[in-house]
Structure formats: structure tokens, C-alpha cells
Design a protein around this ligand. Structure first.
Ligand code: SDX
Length: 426
């Protein structure tokens, strides 16, 4: 725990603030002693604040390194299945062969959803954004599992994690089918996780000869892994904060989905494709870049709060993009445009000075589009994949005593003043 102390002198009082080192990364300064100082710490956007201790994911933004339970993201994405990574996030290590078989079987047993959930979908307009549906439907799952909602019960927590990871592909595919006016497809438990998702997305009851595509399946599974977890990002922090109130896990994950939807976070993959559509051709890139530099628009898919170097996920995503487009024989002009944009940005002082590099969202949309997934589903896929990370953080929080998250503020509003009757107000 504390090795040495930082010293803070304020108002003539000196405070000893313990410095605590982790296994990797920056040590932290425990500021609990400020409680007695009459001051709050102030850090809008949590740029220099660590609200939790965690063993799940480590990011070195300067080196562009991302480890899940110590395993490098590129080695996981290129060698493991997403469910193996989910197991490691949940349990600490990659599964043995027996643990893998058992976990995969447990997931297969819970891929179906209560048939009454169909009625929930029918309440939405057909043109509802699928993220709006997912926020609603995932939160509604807590209405179907009354018997397993005691968050203090470890067995309840465990089965909930299985249910959420197992059912997200089914619900995600249902949100797509609903928007298409097509019948929902039941999961097929002879398919693996990514195959099942693609089947529920693209097969119809009339398909007598539905064929899996191994290249697309492998790419989809990699995309799930590349989005599985990412330390204390905005949506994971939302899940933890909601969880700190004792809220049920389905409600917490629904809160995470809502936070992820923002274009500065998980909604960026959808925004990248819209941006590429807006730019149109490589000839228009210089004009677009001027709009970025004048802060009229942001270069979506670029920049990151933590990575001040390449996002290691973007590099794997780019390789996967090349593989998929080649395997499908697609010559997508958007890929050329994205590569031209990336090249110009990486050579431009505006981006270099601000350490702006492609992030996980820059190439993912191009692959998803090549697979035939509509732009509106991109963030749903991000949410599907991130569920294993979110629920792992929720479980980690519940594995030790915790307090409700309740930040304070710097108040700059009115000082006390007397009530004025409406007839006397100016
Ligand atoms: C994800 O946190 C996570 O881990 C998230 C995530 C995960 O897996 O959970 O990695 C997933 O959300 C990836 C990020 C996806 N978002 C985008 O691609 C949207 C575009 N990116 C920006 O909105 C921005 O880069 C953020 C939100 C990602 C990060 O913003 P920060 O850390 O608050 O950085 P900043 O706004 O302080 O930027 C520093 C400077 C500013 O310029 P100045 O005012 O100092 O002159 O860089 C500029 C910003 O204006 N800048 C950009 C830019 N990103 C930052 N300028 C143009 N285009 C951009 N994309």
C-alpha cells in the first residue's frame, strides 16, 4: 500500500497524503485526508483522477499498450475467441480447456430471451435508433429475473453475468430485425458466439441454405474482442457509479449503454462513416481539414483521452479491415478515403502537436459496413462487446466493500437570498 507520502500545505496546515503504487502505471496520491482540510479536489472530466483500484485492464497511453488481465490486446485479438477474453475479464485468467468448454456451454444455455420481450420491441417505432431500443430492453431484463436480483448474493451476480453476455447478441440482432420489419431469429446453439450473432442478424426463416462465412465470423469475433473492455472509460465509470447505489446489474448495464451512445465515446464509429460520407472524395480532404483546424468539426475516430500514441486496437482493426475487404473482394472507396485522411492527419502539425492518432473507432465502421451491418448498428455492436467489460467491473466492485459514489462540486451559483413574491419580481 502506501510507500511514501506527498505533502500538501494549505491554510498553514500540512497534510500527509499517502502515495500508493500499483503493479503498473502511475502511482496515486490518496487525498482522503483533504476531508479535514476544508477543500475539495477539482478535476473536471477526471483527467487526473483514479476513483477506483482495478485488476482488469491496464492502458499505457504513451506507449499505446492495452493489457486485459496482463494479456496484450493484439495477442488476444489474433489468437483467442471473444468468449475466452470475456472469461479472462470475469475470472482473471484465460480459461483452461475444461473451463472454456464449461463457460461456452453456460453461455449457449442462456442465449434465448423471454418470448414476452417481443412485445417490448413492438412498443418502438420501426425507425427507432437501435441504441434507444437496447437501452430500454436491457434495462427491462431486470423485470424477468426477480429470483436472481440480490446483488449481495454471489451466485445471483454470477448467473447475471452469464445471462447478459449470452443475451446481448440476441437482443442486438432483434433490434436490427425489428428495424427491418423482418421476423426475429432464434439463436442456434450449434453456432459459436460470433456465428450466432451474424445468423440472427442476416438469416431469415425462409433461408434453407444459410451459409456461415469463416472470414466474416473471425472478423466479427475480433471486433468483439477489440471492444471488450477499456479501463475506466465513460460508460464503464457509469456502470460502476450506478452499481455503487446497489442498483441491479441490468439497470447498470443499461446505464452503460446510454453513456456509450454519445458521439465522443462509442457513437464515434457511426460518426466516422457519416464523416466519410460528408467528405465524399480525397479531393475534399484539405477543405475538411481546415474545418477541423478551425474547430468547426472534429476528426471523428481520432484522438483519445488516454492514448497519446497509436491506439493498439486501431492497428489490429486496420489489419482486419484489409483482410475482410480482400476476402470479400470489396474495393471500398471509403477505405482509400480513410487511409488518405489518416496519412494527412498524421503528418499535420495540428494533430501531431495534440497527439491525435486513429482510435478504435476509425476503421471499425469500414469493416462493419463491408460485413453488411448498417451504420445505426455500429454502436450496438460496441455495446454488445463491451458488456463483458462492464459486467466484469461491476463484479469487481461487488467483490469488496464499496461506498456509494457521490462527488462534490465547486459551487459558483448565487449566495443566499430571500424569497420574492411574483408580483415583486423585476
Ligand atoms: C472511445 O475512454 C475510452 O477508453 C473510450 C474508448 C473505449 O474503448 O471505451 O476508447 C472508446 O470513446 C474512443 C474515442 C472515440 N471518440 C472519437 O473518435 C470522437 C473524436 N475524438 C474527440 O472527441 C476526443 O479526442 C476525445 C473525446 C476522444 C478525447 O477528448 P479529450 O481527451 O477531452 O481531449 P481534448 O478534447 O482535451 O482534446 C485536446 C485537444 C483539443 O484542442 P485544443 O482545444 O487544445 O486546441 O485536441 C483537440 C481538442 O479540440 N481534439 C481534436 C480531436 N480530439 C481532440 N480535434 C479534432 N479532432 C479530434 N478528433
Amino acid at each position: 500500500m502506501a510507500d511514501t507520502n506527498a505533502k500538501l500545505t494549505v491554510n498553514g496546515e500540512e497534510y500527509e497524503l499517502p502515495i500508493i503504487k500499483g503493479t503498473l502505471g502511475r502511482p496515486v496520491i490518496d487525498i482522503a485526508a483533504l476531508q479535514e482540510s476544508g477543500f475539495w479536489s477539482y478535476d473536471p472530466g477526471f483527467k487526473v483522477t483514479a476513483p477506483v483500484e482495478s485488476k482488469i485492464t491496464y492502458i499505457d497511453g504513451g506507449k499505446g499498450e492495452l493489457l486485459h488481465r496482463g494479456y496484450p490486446i493484439d495477442e488476444l485479438a489474433n489468437n483467442a475467441e471473444y468468449l475466452e477474453v470475456a472469461y479472462a475479464l470475469l475470472h482473471g485468467d484465460l480459461p483452461t480447456a475444461d473451463q472454456k468448454a464449461d463457460f461456452f456451454e453456460k453461455i449457449r444455455e442462456h442465449t434465448a430471451v423471454h418470448d414476452q420481450l417481443r412485445k417490448f420491441f413492438e412498443g418502438f417505432r420501426r425507425d427507432a435508433h437501435p441504441m434507444a431500443i437496447m437501452v430500454g430492453v436491457v434495462g427491462a431484463l431486470s423485470a424477468f429475473y426477480h429470483e436472481d436480483l440480490d446483488v449481495s448474493n454471489e451466485a445471483h451476480r454470477e448467473i447475471t453475468a452469464i445471462r447478459l453476455i449470452a443475451k446481448m447478441p440476441t437482443l442486438a440482432a432483434m433490434s436490427y430485425k425489428y428495424s427491418q420489419g423482418e421476423p426475429f431469429m432464434y439463436p442456434r446453439n450449434d453456432f459459436n458466439y460470433a456465428e450466432n450473432f451474424l445468423y440472427m442478424m442476416f438469416a431469415t426463416p425462409a433461408d434453407v441454405d444459410y451459409e456461415k462465412n469463416d472470414v466474416i465470423t473471425r472478423a466479427m469475433d475480433k471486433i468483439f474482442t477489440l471492444h471488450a473492455d477499456h479501463e475506466q472509460n465513460a460508460s464503464t465509470s457509469t456502470v460502476r457509479l450506478a452499481g455503487s447505489t446497489g442498483a441491479n446489474p441490468y439497470a447498470c448495464i443499461a446505464a452503460g449503454i446510454a453513456a456509450l451512445w454519445g458521439p465522443s465515446h462509442g457513437g464515434a464509429n457511426e460518426a466516422v462513416l457519416e464523416m466519410l460520407d460528408e467528405i465524399g472524395t480525397v479531393e475534399n480532404v484539405p477543405e475538411f481539414m481546415e474545418k477541423v483546424k478551425s474547430r468547426e468539426v472534429k476528426l471523428m475516430g481520432f484522438g483519445h483521452r488516454v492514448y497519446k500514441n497509436f491506439d493498439p486496437r486501431a492497428q489490429v482493426m486496420k489489419e482486419t479491415c484489409d483482410e475482410v475487404l480482400e476476402a470479400l473482394g470489396i474495393n471500398d472507396p471509403k477505405l482509400e478515403l480513410a487511409m488518405a485522411l489518416e496519412k494527412i492527419a498524421l503528418e499535420d502539425p495540428f494533430f501531431i502537436e495534440r497527439n491525435l492518432y486513429p482510435n478504435v473507432d476509425f476503421y471499425s465502421g469500414i469493416i462493419l459496413k463491408a460485413i453488411g451491418i448498417p451504420t445505426s448498428m455500429f454502436t450496438v455492436i460496441f455495446a454488445l462487446a463491451r458488456t463483458s467489460g462492464w459486467i466484469s467491473h461491476w463484479l469487481e466492485m461487488h467483490s469488496a466493500p464499496f461506498k456509494i459514489g457521490r462527488p462534490r462540486q465547486l459551487y459558483t451559483g448565487e449566495t443566499r437570498r430571500d424569497f420574492v413574491k411574483v408580483e415583486d419580481r423585476k
